[in-house]
Design a protein around this ligand. Structure first.
Ligand SMILES: Cc1ncc(CN)c(N)n1
Length: 216
């Protein structure tokens, strides 16, 4: 079995909880309030600013030039495509820049620490849920649409779209190719990073639903 198949099996239960999370249910049926969506977008802008730098650091540390190019391209897409999607919502919903709420702070710091202190393959596995889970959530919501005039259509179309799908497929293939060269212990380390980041994806949605603030 490929590393990615085992990794996905390890997060099945987390993914099922993400899909039924009230934030994603409301995003799916279009009932999500602008207030909660705006909170999410403001936090996601903070997240993407950090995520794109983590991708660029993975590119710099990649062992093969092909992987370097892929991760450099992912970093560029995170800035050009995803940040511009956010930019449109910032304008339309008059969102203002925010400081990282606890879940965003935890997630961005986890990814930064992983790319700084762990082997590059562990960092590749740690960023994989950001690709893979978003594609699955995007596709899941897209398939439920049934002609609903969803106000969050642009968001859904981005993550259910072909360009994002191609990037996700490439990121999975890189993790599989890299894992195939590693010991079972190193592969397990990658899986642990994949599971941890998947948990943080759930926390991120939950933070947006709760409009999480620092307690003190
Ligand atoms: C928190 C989060 N995770 C993943 C993605 C998709 N790159 C995102 N925009 N935000």
């Amino acid at each position: 079995m490929k590393w990615s198949e085992q990794a996905w099996q390890a997060i099945e239960s987390i993914y099922s909880k993400i899909i039924v999370h009230p934030f994603n249910q409301a995003l799916c049926n279009g009932s999500l309030t602008e207030e909660k969506f705006s909170f999410y977008i403001a936090q996601d802008a903070v997240y993407l600013a950090s995520f794109s730098r983590v991708l660029a650091m993975i590119a710099a540390k990649a062992h093969q030039s092909k992987q370097l190019l892929s991760f450099a391209q992912f970093a560029s897409t995170a800035v050009v495509v995803e940040q511009s999607l956010h930019g449109n919502y910032f304008e339309k919903l008059q969102i203002t820049a925010a400081q990282a709420a606890p879940a965003c702070f935890q997630y961005t710091n986890y990814l930064q620490a992983t790319v700084a202190f762990e082997p590059v393959e562990t960092a590749m596995a740690a960023v994989l849920p950001c690709f893979w889970i978003y594609r699955e959530v995007g596709l899941h919501i897209y398939r439920q649409q049934n002609g609903i005039n969803n106000p969050y259509k642009n968001w859904i179309d981005t993550y259910a779209g072909e360009a994002f799908d191609a990037a996700v497929t490439e990121a999975i293939a890189i993790c599989d190719a890299v894992a195939a060269t590693l010991t079972p212990q190193q592969q397990a380390h990658m899986q642990q990073a994949f599971v941890t980041a998947s948990r943080m994806e759930w926390l991120f949605w939950n933070s947006a639903w709760q409009m999480e603030q620092w307690a003190v």
